[in-house]
Design a protein around this ligand. Structure first.
Ligand SMILES: *Cc1c(COP(=O)(O)O)cnc(C)c1O
Length: 410
């Protein structure tokens, strides 16, 4: 098999592209016409290959779905307007009132908020420390259907016990969902730890330039949907491997409508071509900055799974190609994190991550503000914590920018 980047670059060319166009064009049309009305009927009944209505399928989006699917070595992928739309649609399409699921408590803030909202609609969730599979196992009940974890949690960089949790899910026949946004399929493919569903916010590293939102659900083809009680009769037809993803596309994407726009899909697909090049550099920059910070007398702590003192350092080395491009750190008492960040001239103060530019954010005062001081404390988020998402700048310029910030706050 060819390498990761070669595969992504040529995935859209495996089907004929209109006019020999080198890149998959943006298809703006919402609907498609057929010369024979029987073909139109066949498209709706799944017996004729073709496009029906833009809310559930579009040629440009389909090319991106194939690209993401190839990256994750998946069975089938469905794209969404945002990462949150992917996560929300997954639960909406697969779970029903009274179902229980287990989630990591170290979670992207809005995912945490979303899961809490679902409890008002009849789902039950247990949040556990997913760095150890025992905690997940202890939370499982008779009505548990699914387990949701992230690979590297933001901002404290806890790494889930991805292999141990896979065993627990297999023992109890639970759907194992891994949000792979932080690691990307270049650093890690959750199918290698027996994940059933992979989630992506394409907004982050895969799009990669901070100029487009998107999300994806990939079914890795491992889960036995015949053993799952929540597949509607309509979708219990044909190849059972398709049942889950078909229900997600129909009940989820088609009916709920969190559709990715063709223009956005085109931009994400273009960004994805350079994923490997960018993330290699971003990880290298993160490691260099963390090595510098951990040795700095005015830095209190650094959280990065590429540092030997990180609790999941060994797991990270075993599972991921590199330890990622996100880290966070605390300054020594008395240093104002706002002043520190304001002294930086290259690092941008911003909430996004996975951009080509290095971004910094004071976590407790922004993305984790709404959850309040108690939940923040339980997640180990100190008021002085600063999160960094490294970009592809020349590393010496970043090191100089951090040094400038230390000097400005002496
Ligand atoms: C950003 C993010 C999301 C949500 O994605 P959006 O595209 O912003 O909706 C979900 N999970 C993780 C881990 C993220 O970083």
């Amino acid at each position: 098999m060819v390498g990761f980047t070669t595969r992504i670059l040529h995935s859209d060319r495996q089907d004929a592209i209109e006019h020999g166009s080198l890149h998959k064009p943006v298809h703006g049309s919402v609907a498609y016409g057929y010369a024979d009305a029987r073909d139109l009927a066949g498209v709706f009944q799944g017996t004729h290959k073709g496009y029906s209505y833009g809310r559930q399928v579009n040629p440009t989006v389909a090319a991106l779905e194939k690209q993401i699917n190839d990256m994750e070595r998946g069975f089938e992928t469905v794209c969404f307007s945002t990462g949150m739309a992917a996560i929300g649609t997954l639960l909406f399409a697969l779970l029903r009132r009274g179902d229980h699921f287990v989630s990591s408590s170290f979670l992207f803030g809005n995912t945490n908020s979303l899961f809490n909202s679902f409890t008002a609609h009849g789902l039950e969730v247990s949040f556990v420390d997913a760095t150890r599979a025992e905690h997940v196992a202890a939370a499982i009940r008779d009505d548990t259907k699914l387990v949701f974890v992230e690979t590297i949690a933001n901002p404290r960089t806890q790494v889930a016990d991805l292999e141990g949790i896979a065993n627990v899910c297999q023992q109890h026949n639970l759907i194992y969902v891994v949000d792979n946004t932080m690691t990307t399929p270049f650093l890690y493919q959750p199918i290698d730890s027996d994940a059933d569903i992979v989630i992506h916010s394409l907004t982050k590293y895969i799009g990669g330039h901070g100029n487009v939102l998107g999300g994806a659900i990939t079914d890795t083809g491992r889960y036995d949907w015949q053993s799952f009680g929540n597949i509607y009769d309509t979708y219990q037809k044909g190849d059972p491997r398709k049942w889950g993803i078909t229900q997600i596309r129909k009940k989820g994407l088609r009916d709920f409508g969190g559709t990715l726009d063709a223009e956005a899909a085109n931009r994400i697909a273009l960004g994805a071509e350079t994923l490997a090049l960018r993330i290699e550099k971003q990880c290298e920059n993160a490691q260099r900055l963390c090595d510098y910070l951990i040795a700095h007398p005015r830095c209190k702590t650094v959280y990065y799974p590429g540092l030997a003192h990180h609790p999941e350092f060994e797991r990270t080395k075993r599972l991921f190609k590199h330890p990622g491009a996100i880290f966070s750190f605390e300054l020594h008492d008395g240093i104002d994190p706002f002043e520190f960040m304001n002294a930086m001239q290259i690092v941008i103060k911003s909430s996004n991550l996975g951009d080509t530019r290095t971004l910094a954010i004071p976590v407790a005062h922004t993305i984790y503000f709404e959850m309040g001081p108690e939940r923040r404390a339980s997640m180990g988020i100190d008021d002085s914590l600063i999160r960094i998402s490294t970009g592809i700048e020349d590393v010496d310029d970043l090191l100089e920018d951090f040094e400038r910030a230390f000097q400005a706050t002496t």
